[in-house]
Design a protein around this ligand. Structure first.
Ligand code: GDP
Ligand code: MG
Length: 162
């Protein structure tokens, strides 16, 4: 069975950039405008002969009303559909209340999620990551998706050898 990876997190943390790196496409809209990817977007990726499906989502703000509610619904559907849930956070912005609410939300689904601290470029990745320790994730990855750093080593851990 092809593993399905869901990318969830606040708008603007770099989910679509990670999606594009994983699928080698420029399909997912990457923009400074938060919340641009409003529904789910599916892509196929390959790593060392291992195929996977990745789902990009519009993002959760933690304060889900109106359009946010619609994005949240898609995000949680993506979590449902996934074998592997990646919770992406912004290593530049540091921990926000929205991140905390999403972490609570994910915990309630009972599905194990991995924390991905993105935008670690231009700073000490371990210091950037330390800000998120309080969320209590056992499994943490560090990426700089805009520079294609950390994505392959993350897939190496996430995708079992065939
Ligand atoms: P999304 O809303 O979570 O899908 O975020 P996007 O992928 O659209 O990225 C939002 C912004 O962050 C864009 O301007 C990206 O170029 C930028 N970005 C994404 N990843 C990184 C990164 O690793 N480092 C830096 N410095 N910027 C990034
Ligand atoms: Mg996006």
């Amino acid at each position: 069975m092809t593993p399905v990876i869901a990318l969830v997190g606040r708008p603007n943390v770099g989910k679509s950039t990670i999606f594009n790196q994983m699928t080698h496409s420029r399909d997912a809209l990457v923009a400074d405008l938060p919340g641009l990817t409003r529904d789910r977007k599916y892509g196929e990726g390959h790593y060392e002969g291992r195929k996977f499906i990745v789902i990009d989502t519009g993002g959760l703000t933690g304060d889900e009303v109106g359009l946010d509610a619609e994005m949240a619904r898609h995000s949680m559907q993506a979590v449902d559909e996934a074998d592997i849930v990646l919770f992406i956070v912004d290593g530049r912005a540091g921990l926000t209340a929205g991140d905390q609410m999403i972490a609570d939300h994910l915990r309630r689904t009972g599905k194990k999620a991995h924390l991905v601290v993105n935008k670690t470029d231009g700073q000490d990745p371990d210091i950037a990551t330390a800000d998120f320790y309080s969320l209590g994730f056992e499994s943490t990855f560090q990426t700089a998706a805009a520079h294609n750093r950390g994505i392959k080593s993350m897939l190496e851990v996430l995708l079992p050898e065939p």
